[in-house]
Design a protein around this ligand. Structure first.
Ligand code: ADP
Ligand code: MG
Length: 247
């Protein structure tokens, strides 16, 4: 079997007396979408924060492409190829959608060269940034300030920015949240193709999207993975049905 791109082992995070993640072990393999599902408060977002470094794990290890990144800053993890959708607040809201993506393309270029390099002229960033916006169906909104985009479009713009950084793995925490039916369908189609570029750890409540997209599904309940399997296996798993799918 191919070496996992991302391997997390026995991750634990306590908030006071509450153990939000309780020894979580999972991996992300090349080309796959691995969905993480579970009830509200199960610890899914905590896990994503631990992986990208916005929360430090109390114990456990995180390896990206074979390298232990568990002690690195969030920025260093991103530079090493961990692609997390940015919070909406990290968009520069007065800049156009296009300029937001251009900044990410530029940031990627700056870190790809190990020596000083004059900042690329803006015009050379336009084409790659537009190509990314086109992939997300946002090209027609390119010139609008990020602040004027709809909620769903801003979520797509966050993904565009993450894409521009060409990560080794994507971590997406509820990318469909607040998108209408059409938006969710379009994003599902997009994510389906995205896995070929880099595998995706997908936290998502939209079960249609999960069962359509996921190569594997892990179920987190009270900070513990209670099952991992294909969509079909998970749907039939009695423990999962009792704990989460509601029967
Ligand atoms: P999920 O994303 O699965 O809904 P979370 O990871 O957000 O769950 O939360 C897991 C548990 O940890 C919840 O009980 C939540 O209230 C708690 N929690 C999350 N973040 C914090 C925090 N910063 N401080 C204290 N408790 C937190
Ligand atoms: Mg959450």
């Amino acid at each position: 079997m191919a070496e996992p791109v991302l391997q997390i082992n026995e991750l634990v995070k306590n908030f006071g007396a509450l153990r939000a993640t309780d020894g979580v072990t999972l991996d992300l393999r090349p080309g796959e979408i691995h969905a993480l599902i579970g009830p509200n408060g199960a610890g899914k977002s905590t896990l994503i924060h631990q992986i990208c470094g916005t929360l430090r794990q109390d114990s456990g290890t995180i390896r990206l492409a074979g390298v232990d990144i568990g002690a690195l800053s969030t920025a260093d993890r991103a530079r090493r190829g961990l692609g997390r959708t940015f919070q909406v607040s990290s968009l520069v809201s007065e800049f156009s959608a296009l300029r937001n993506v251009m900044l990410a393309v530029q940031a990627k270029q700056a870190t790809s060269f190990g020596f000083f390099r004059p900042v690329m002229r803006d015009v050379s960033l336009i084409e790659p940034a537009m190509a990314i916006l086109e992939r997300l169906g946002l090209a027609h909104r390119a010139r609008l300030p990020a602040a004027e985009l709809s909620h769903g479009e801003r979520r797509q713009l966050e993904i565009a920015i993450t894409l521009a950084l060409q990560p080794k793995a994507f971590l997406l925490d509820e990318p469909m949240a607040g998108m209408g039916l059409e938006g969710s369908k379009a994003l599902t189609l997009f994510l389906d193709g995205l896995r070929q570029e880099a595998p995706i750890l997908l936290v998502e409540h939209d079960m249609d999207a999960v069962f359509t997209l996921a190569d594997r599904v892990s179920v987190l309940v009270y900070g513990r993975i209670i099952a991992t399997g294909t969509a079909g296996e998970i749907r039939r798993d009695p423990a999962v049905r009792t704990a989460y799918l509601g029967d």
